[in-house]
Design a protein around this ligand. Sequence first.
Ligand code: SAM
Ligand code: SF4
Length: 326
Amino acid sequence: MAYDRFGRRLHYLRISVTDHCNLRCVYCMPEDATFMPNSALMTQAEILRLGRLFASVGFDKVRLTGGEPTVRPDIVEIVRGLRAIRGIREITMTTNGILLARLAKPLAEAGLDRVNISLDTLNPAKFRRLTRRGDIEDVIEGIYAAEEAGLKPVKINAVVVRGYNEADVVDLARLTIEHPWQVRFIEMMPFAGATEFQRLMLVTAEQMKARIEANLGKLEPVDGGALRGEARMYRIPGARGEIGFIASVSKPFCAACTRARLTADGRLRLCLLREDEVDLLSPLRRGATDEEMRRLIVNALWRKPWGHGLAQGEVPQDRSMNQIGG
Ligand code: SAM
Ligand code: SF4
């Protein structure tokens, strides 16, 4: 088991399998984003070796993210390889859904348990403005394909941006009446690449909830309004699905954090919003033994920072979101 110096048991690994993406969302990266060369990205074998090492120190949950994880040609093989690792109980993915209509079934067959699909609006023109490219129809087809493939419960993640989609929370929330989906609204976090935009255009979870309630009536708390992972969950009375709010900026959930992250270039990132990282890929490529790697990982995890410093105005400037995976 791996613990940090504050006694938090760390067991959830988020792996950014690539920083490349087929969209350019305004809150994630600049329009002219450049990506790492493939040689800098972890190979499939390197991802699986690190997966085994993390499992051997008690990690049991893996999320594949990016960039866009489905643009990696070997993504199905990566899932299959992770599934074969003893100790890994749950494998999930965060995806923009563009390629999911084709990939949902093979991914499920390879052992993927669930997907979170990012969709910030149901309006095609606004979708295009937020993602700067891409066709919303592909995402909608992807959502149905995921459901059909058994990647359930389907979770839909929406980042809410003032001046872009703050009114769209109502239509997105309405989806949960008919569908057993979890629609989760995320506060936009400031990050390198678009910091000023992200700060100015923040909509808080409280504002999102107020808008939904003004249109759809009072929401019922699920689990007494307790945190489930990073979200507080609610329900429209009688609805089949649930609505969640992830208030990473206005109400951080750092005390309950159980996560570590691998960046696309194989750095262990100890907190999404702090620059502290430990290079795992270089020693791996230099031939470090499993025992040496394990020591490096456990010692690094011990130093996980208590939490992020957004409230103090500390914004990470070293990387954009797609390299770390959100
Ligand atoms: N490409 C995939 C996708 O969009 O789902 C996975 C990677 S993306 C970086 C992971 C998540 O981070 C997505 O749900 C995305 O909406 C979210 N995200 C990106 N930039 C963000 C920001 N500045 N603040 C909050 N969430 C952000
Ligand atoms: Fe790509 Fe996801 Fe970033 Fe959008 S949020 S640009 S889909 S990595």
